[in-house]
Design a protein around this ligand. Structure first.
Ligand code: ADP
Ligand code: ZN
Length: 433
């Protein structure tokens, strides 16, 4: 089933024409409503009249997460605040969170693209669907929620937490679909097994998994343990939230909703646009957004775009799996963590050398973060009470900065390997590739 064949199966030529029209309108709109873009365009000596087709997009300036932070909270908002009906914020990174305002039309587009995704996964009005992304400032919960309602299936807003109760609901309400992170799906499977409930006792058949990188092996494991079919759902709050792209029954990449979010791949060093089929940094332009439209937003996600036709009938461009990031951001249990955040906490405390190592593991299907840090000579002692208190002080500070708990391992002076070139601060043992 295809939710919106007119858009999802539009010919490449028609799509090109539609994108061109929408880009022209967008550039005019931001030029007149966002001083940030007007200034950037004037500095580059371009005006809205220079944009005649979607191919002219290469003339436009990029936008980065730093731009959003520097213009916190509402600097890139184009619509007047009276038009904004909802605000989300992206999860904890260093500095200011990213604030994204949506107009009524933006929300309607979001539930449209989510309905396309869910239909592509095989969800119908007859399904009972549990949304187990977090509800709140995070875009996952409410984004998926309105998509399920728009499609007409029954939504169960379970959010995260209280997994045993959730599993009883899955069984008793005959929940047939679920949206959550792949790591939460594995945790669900584990809890199911602990509770002595077999996958044959439940009716889950479709999983919409995203918000963090995952692999084919994880897909197989989740599918096998929960007895469902898992589909990839991609998105980011700056662009809209979940629903930017979605897999189809062919599972050979995720179709991009490119009538709303125009994708490009660039070389992260030269910033040149790269042809389809080449791996590089994914960039999106929000062709129809009103609240906080963005030109050429650099996602930092590395992947490849494909424009070969897909057997499912959709003609939209597909993106391959995210194979990495062009920055050092880690995603641990869906939360963004930068090594620099850990570093700044350590540097604030006299007890430690600026020598540390982040070790990320997947234990029992849950991601864990260990922070190894060197204690300064003057502070190192065999007084266990003192050492434990030091450990707790660091753990508490890290928890408040990162929003996730880290296991702290205090190291003796000079025990962490020094490097001669670029220091290695992260060991990620999750084997995601
Ligand atoms: P949040 O909505 O958590 O605040 P962000 O917008 O910070 O979310 O997170 C978006 C990032 O999450 C993406 O840029 C990408 O790195 C990652 N992500 C989201 N969905 C997927 C997916 N299906 N596969 C891989 N990575 C994903
Ligand atoms: Zn397809």
């Amino acid at each position: 089933m295809i939710w919106n064949p007119a858009k999802e199966c539009m010919s490449r030529d028609e799509m090109h024409a539609l994108q061109s029209k929408r880009l022209q309108k967008l550039v005019n709109y931001v030029y007149h409503n966002t001083p940030f873009y007007r200034n950037k365009m004037q500095a580059m000596d371009i005006s809205p009249e220079d944009i005649k087709s979607i191919d002219d997009i290469v003339k436009l300036p990029f936008t980065t997460k730093q731009d959003l932070r520097d213009n916190y909270p509402y600097g890139l908002q184009a619509a007047p605040s009276s038009e904004i009906v909802r605000v989300h914020a992206s999860s904890g990174t260093t500095g200011n969170p990213t604030i994204v305002g949506y107009t009524r039309k933006d929300l309607a587009v979001w539930s449209e693209v989510m309905a396309r995704a869910l239909t592509s996964f095989g969800v119908t009005r007859d399904d009972t669907f549990s949304v187990s992304y977090g509800y709140g400032l995070f875009t996952g919960g409410l984004g998926a929620h309105y998509g399920v309602e728009n499609l007409g299936a029954t939504v169960i807003p379970t959010s995260t937490g209280n997994t045993e109760k959730h599993i009883r609901l899955i069984r008793d309400l005959k929940i047939s679909g679920i949206a959550c992170t792949p790591s939460y799906a594995l945790y669900l499977a584990e809890t199911l097994e602990k509770m002595g409930i077999s996958k044959d006792d439940i009716n889950l058949r479709i999983g919409a998994f995203g918000a963090e990188p995952w692999t084919e092996n994880m897909r197989k494991e989740i599918e096998q343990r929960l007895g469902l079919k898992g589909y990839n759902l991609y998105g980011l709050s700056e662009i809209v939230g979940p629903g930017v792209s979605y897999e189809c029954s062919e599972q050979n990449g995720s179709h991009v909703n490119e009538d709303h979010y125009y994708p490009e791949i660039i070389d992260p060093d030269t910033l040149e646009q790269l042809p389809y089929g080449t791996t590089g940094e994914l960039v999106f332009t929000t062709l129809t957004k009103e609240g906080m439209p963005l030109l050429r937003y650099r996602t930092k996600d590395l992947c490849t775009l494909y424009d070969e036709e897909c057997a499912c009938g959709r003609k939209s461009v597909r993106m391959g799996r995210i194979v990495g990031r062009s920055d050092d951001m880690l995603i641990i249990r869906g939360i963004n963590v930068f090594p620099s955040q850990v570093e700044s906490v350590i540097l604030e405390m006299n007890e430690f050398e600026p020598q540390y190592l982040l070790v990320v593991e997947r234990k029992g299907n849950l991601d864990t973060l260990q922070v190894q840090v060197e204690v300064r000579k003057d502070f190192f002692s065999d007084d266990i009470g003192r050492m434990l208190a030091m450990k707790k002080r660091l753990a508490d500070k890290l928890k408040s900065v990162l929003s996730i708990a880290a296991d702290i391992k205090l190291m003796e002076p000079n025990s962490i390997a020094r490097s001669e070139g670029k220091s290695k601060r992260v060991i990620d043992n999750r084997m995601l590739k």
